[in-house]
Design a protein. Sequence first.
Length: 271
Amino acid sequence: MQELVRALSLDAAARPFVEFDHVEKVYRSKRGDVAALEDINTHIGQAEFLSVLGPSGCGKSTLLRCLAGLDQPTGGRILVGGKDVDGPPDALGVVFQRDILLDWRTVIMNVLLPVEARRLPVARWRPRAMELLDLLGLRGFENRYPYELSGGMRQRVSICRALLLNPNLLLMDEPFGALDAMTRDELNLELQRVWIEDAKTVFFVTHSIAEAVFLGDRVIVMSPSPGRILRTIDIDLPRPRDLSIRESPEFGAYTSQIRALFQEMGMLRGR
């Protein structure tokens, strides 16, 4: 398994799938212009897991929205598969911090929502939906309603929905930020397992340094607004990773390096 993941990572480095080329974003209003992103240059390889860290308001979510085609940069280019992003790319899955489930629809019908939106045959996609529910530990809950689920289970449903149409690119905007620590750890493990099995390209926004290091092949650290990339850090830790790796000296060295960057930005106090 570890050899497979390493091979995917090497292949990812050789063939960038997502490219950010001098991306800028300025919000214009009567009160004046606000620069959200400034000269963003980076890439994501095929099947790579990229973690994005930065202080609140640094433009992490704005960058994700631009990659998703939900917003347009005011400068530079974003390419997915060599094509300019001028709307939602094909084969895209998105998971937000809030699960955004429809309370009047059962779990299975929430998962199948993208199929209905594209007017595809629901019956043909139902086995795929059940397979994903099983993969994320939700078999037996397919006929429950969102209000009957815990926060972690609701977010699992959101991940199933994002994966339903087998996207090449998965965007996740602080998907576990509102969950308790134990549930968050559990979903970190589940997400890693799904990523290894399906070899998706993942753009993962988080506020958690430990989460970014645990999940990522690389971590980019962004500055306060306007958001710029301060540092890109390659995470050379074996996969699959279990939670015990967070106690290792290597893991601690990565988190200390990133924490020092935040201290330099004045976002964390030193001891």
